[in-house]
Write a protein that binds this ligand. Structure first.
Ligand code: ADP
Ligand code: ADP
Ligand code: ZN
Length: 217
């Protein structure tokens, strides 16, 4: 029973580490970004509503993302969750605390992944993912072994996010510093915060995440 939040700016490596934890610890990844992109791709009313806001790099409303998380928590029998990209505002953090309590669960750790803005630009502009299995790659730091072919599933359907450009990233970073970074203080005050160096290489970051989780166990 482990419930953790991966907290950090766009490109910090949240999704990359979340996927490793899913493989290694039998936890379920709840990424509001992925849920919103799915809604957009399947053309639901909500998906159409958020498309423009996401393209610009702004946050969608608390009501929408809290609703998405609530639905997942209500319909899942999983033991533990990795919250990836949620919560992003104090209102979302409060709502998550209440939802977990209602399900008899608690938060075990909030892992803040520290990176600097310069590294984020390089991370975001080089990011691509497998459209089939969701594996996350990077042009320089994590290329596929065979050009254009997913290491994990063999698919050649590689996708780049429309919002992974320098312009949208500027807005996303401002949103992070204004609305999400206050969560660092919030969780510090609650005694749940662990900060790790997100600039280290992927395997080293995974080691730091594992050390926090093992300390909780
Ligand atoms: P990143 O990988 O860059 O951190 P995400 O995939 O988590 O980005 O999110 C992509 C976009 O989806 C955000 O820029 C925002 O528009 C929207 N979004 C995702 N999660 C949330 C959330 N918890 N609250 C508000 N908006 C969100
Ligand atoms: P987030 O979910 O926080 O937005 P991602 O996990 O999608 O971040 O990572 C952003 C990009 O940086 C991806 O292209 C990924 O392959 C790459 N990346 C992730 N972690 C590292 C790391 N520790 N060192 C170098 N590149 C990384
Ligand atoms: Zn794949």
């Amino acid at each position: 029973m482990t419930n953790i939040i991966l907290l950090g700016p766009p490109g910090a490596g949240k999704g990359t580490q979340a996927r490793k934890l899913v493989d290694e610890r039998n936890l379920v990844q709840l990424s509001t970004g992925d849920m919103l992109r799915d809604a957009k791709a399947s053309g639901t009313e909500m998906g159409n509503k958020v498309a423009d806001v996401m393209a610009k790099g702004q946050l969608v409303t608390d009501e929408i993302v809290i609703g998405l998380i609530e639905e997942k928590l209500n319909n899942s029998t999983a033991d533990g969750f990795i919250f990836d990209g949620f919560p992003r505002t104090l209102a979302q953090a409060d709502a998550l605390g209440k939802l977990l309590a209602r399900h008899g669960k608690k938060l075990d750790a909030v892992i803040e992944m520290r990176v600097d803005d310069e590294a984020l630009v390089a991370r975001i502009t080089g990011r691509f993912t497998c459209g089939n299995c969701g594996e996350v790659y990077h042009d320089q730091t994590k290329p596929t072994k065979i050009d254009g072919v997913c290491d994990a599933c063999g698919s050649t359907n590689m996708v780049r996010r429309a919002d992974d450009n320098a312009d949208s990233l500027r807005t996303r970073l401002m949103e992070y510093y204004k609305k999400t970074s206050p969560l660092i203080g919030y969780y510090y005050a609650n005694g749940d915060l662990f900060s790790i160096d997100g600039l280290a290489e992927i395997g080293e970051v995974a080691g730091a995440v594992a050390a926090v989780l093992d300390q909780q166990a």
